[in-house]
Ligand binder design. Sequence first.
Ligand SMILES: Cc1cc2nc3c(=O)[nH]c(=O)nc-3n(C[C@H](O)[C@H](O)[C@H](O)COP(=O)(O)O)c2cc1C
Length: 370
Amino acid sequence: MSKEQHLLKSYNLNGLELPNRVVMAPMTRSRANNPENAPIEGLHDVYYTQRASAGLIITEGSQISKEAVGYVNTPGIYSKEQIQGWKMVNKKVHEANGRMFIQLWHVGRMSHPDFHNGDLPLSASAINPESQSYTYEGFKDTVTPKEMSIEDIKRTVQDFKNAAKNAMDADFDGIEIHSSNGYLFHQFFNGTSNKRNDEYGGSIENRAKILFETIDAIKEVMPENKIGLRLNPSLHGIFGMTMDEETIPTFDYIIKKLNDYDLAYLHLSEPFNDISEVPYAVTEIAKRYRPMYNGTLMINAGFDQESGNKVIEEGNADLVAYGKPYISNPDLVERFAENIALSDWDTDTFYVPGAKGYIDYEAKARKQEA
Ligand SMILES: Cc1cc2nc3c(=O)[nH]c(=O)nc-3n(C[C@H](O)[C@H](O)[C@H](O)COP(=O)(O)O)c2cc1C
């Protein structure tokens, strides 16, 4: 490992000073198993505070409304109890000198009627993702969603705006719009999931419209430089998504247009699976989009210490987001600094309630220092 680690250099995130470039990626952990789906004292605060040395923490996806949900026990950011819960978490994280953005989430069709009193989940078009939804009764096949009316779209944009306002009330340092991984916005972007023939479908501009309307609405309640956004252009064959010849041109359009805004960052994912044989897919996302985007570029998926330092050194990203390594290495930054081997994560406890596999991973580096 070269002496100088780019990951450990400070970074000015459009006004927010980060002590390093190691970001904790958003990860659903399904611990909000209370009727309010609010963060729990002694659990969520401990989990995030343990990871406060990250340059930036991005929380787990948090539903912006009741109808935005698609997984069991995920926290929300639409009710008073949820705002209070997150406020408590932020207080602890800030006391530990951490910084935290909340990921605002609407799953769209990646849900099940069980979450909506029997009503259909919403999406761009009435097309079943042919996937599975993990409900309170276990895995169930997804259904054909309801195509959103213009009223549904306008209400959802408002729900994002309210959630952003709530995030500010809960003392978050910023928000990340979850427009990635096959969820609602992504369902609008891709021609295979969006067959609308109104102003939200058809052309590339129309399919991206809901996203820009959402950013514009959110800008009314919080500073633009605290808004981040996540995209996964080459997602194919998972989360119900299928690429076509217009997928990459759509992301090119979105990313170029994001230059008109003064956002905190653009968070991109390298392909989640092997898409080398997939027509129309792009294999190197950071390399393609770095020249197209003028602001801060955060990159994710599959990075380790070496490749994380390298991607920054090569100038293809400013920040690197780590997902699974952060589950089992709360002191990831210190481990990188001291070149300490990483601990393995336990997939069995990714999404189960309680402390096990959540707040019981050891901070080895700090322990050694003590
Ligand atoms: C348990 C788990 C939960 C996840 N939940 C989310 C989520 O809520 N929002 C999101 O954008 N990505 C989510 N992801 C994806 C991660 O943010 C990240 O993209 C992925 O783990 C790849 O990065 P890694 O190789 O560093 O783990 C999740 C991943 C895992 C493993």
